[in-house]
Design a protein around this ligand. Structure first.
Ligand SMILES: NC(=O)c1ccc[n+]([C@@H]2O[C@H](COP(=O)([O-])OP(=O)(O)OC[C@H]3O[C@@H](n4cnc5c(N)ncnc54)[C@H](OP(=O)(O)O)[C@@H]3O)[C@@H](O)[C@H]2O)c1
Length: 297
């Protein structure tokens, strides 16, 4: 199969799925000069892209057979299979890059299926929002055979910084889940703090400045705590679990006094109390990971 377009010298790409993310992906390939074929269940979503030079495929098979590199980004993995199973024989010899979000299990299952069809398969996780696609701010994790990644690294760079995380197809989804745990936990902390202050008549905007500084401070702690986790030792050089637990009890008290939801500080205090019970009171905050490594009691 010819990988390069003879006119442009760029690898032709087909993008299946033109939701908010798929449109951004296709636009980024077009912007870097790749001959780009697009397909979407609802064809009208292709119009802005065809105006920029994309070829519209009316059928999935036409999209798949148009390019050696096929990128799919739809709502979930079941839909990926629904779309591709009827054209599975056309995947032979092509590289399929699945940028749909899902679980590591679904990624590994889909990888097995795709390889059985004769495709090279890369699974990916997009750690960015659509406006960031095509900029250095878009990190996209990939896994699968190194040969397929190396062959298409340059083309995939059109989307943002490609980061190869290994041959295990489940890893991008796992990293994505871990990163989302961080995002949602951080945001819930901000929202809880804002709810507490709003109850006292203080607008969230007044909190935003301190919240941003707090998030940046915590970000600076991450590399050191990560090292402690990998070492399995948690020497307290800044503050102990005991000190943090005392603060959590103040937060719980304030939440009850303000008559707002106290589930989040209660969860934090419960985990810290268990860590203290297990002898980690004088260790660093990172020791609380020992309470997260297993299902809750
Ligand atoms: N948006 C983000 O910020 C973001 C960030 C990271 C990762 N992602 C991931 O990217 C993927 C796509 O997200 P999105 O924001 O583009 O979602 P979206 O705007 O809701 O688009 C969903 C896409 O899936 C297609 N689709 C849904 N059900 C289908 C079906 N039964 N058959 C065929 N096609 C179907 C839609 O086709 P129609 O247009 O015909 O409905 C559309 O192309 C998701 O897995 C998401 O988690 C998104």
């Amino acid at each position: 199969m010819h990988n390069l377009d003879t006119d442009t010298g760029h690898t032709p790409v087909s993008v299946l799925g033109l939701g908010l993310m798929g449109q951004a992906l296709a636009a980024a390939f077009l912007g870097q000069g790749h001959p780009t074929t697009v397909w979407n269940r609802s064809h009208t979503k292709a119009e802005p892209l065809t105006a920029q030079g994309a070829q519209l495929a009316w059928a999935v098979r036409d999209a798949v057979t148009a390019s050696p590199l096929v990128v799919i980004c739809v709502s979930d993995y079941d839909i990926v299979r629904d779309i591709l199973e009827p054209v599975s024989r056309d995947l032979v010899g092509r590289t399929l890059v699945n940028l749909t979000s899902g679980t590591s299990h679904a990624a590994r299952e889909t990888a097995k299926w795709a390889v059985d069809q004769g495709a090279a398969y890369l699974d990916g996780a997009i750690m960015a929002v659509p406006p960031a696609i095509g900029t250095p701010n878009a990190t996209i994790l990939y896994s699968g055979p190194t040969t397929a990644f190396d062959q298409h690294r340059q083309t995939l760079s059109s989307l943002g910084g490609p980061v190869y995380v290994g041959t295990d197809h489940g890893l991008p989804s796992l990293f994505d889940a871990a990163a989302l745990s961080l995002v949602w936990s951080t945001l819930n902390g901000f929202l809880h703090g804002a709810a507490l202050l709003c109850k006292a008549g203080i607008p969230a905007t007044a909190f935003a400045r301190f919240a941003k500084t707090g998030i940046e401070t915590v970000a600076d702690w991450v590399p050191g705590y990560a090292q402690q986790i990998d070492d399995g030792m948690y020497p307290a050089t800044d503050s102990t679990v005991n000190t943090n637990l005392a603060g959590m009890k103040h937060l719980l008290h304030e939440s009850h006094a303000a008559d707002i939801n106290a589930e989040l500080p209660q969860l934090l205090a419960t985990l810290a109390e268990r860590a203290v019970t297990k002898g980690h009171g004088n260790n660093s905050y990172a020791a609380i990971i020992e309470q997260l490594r297993h299902p809750s009691p």
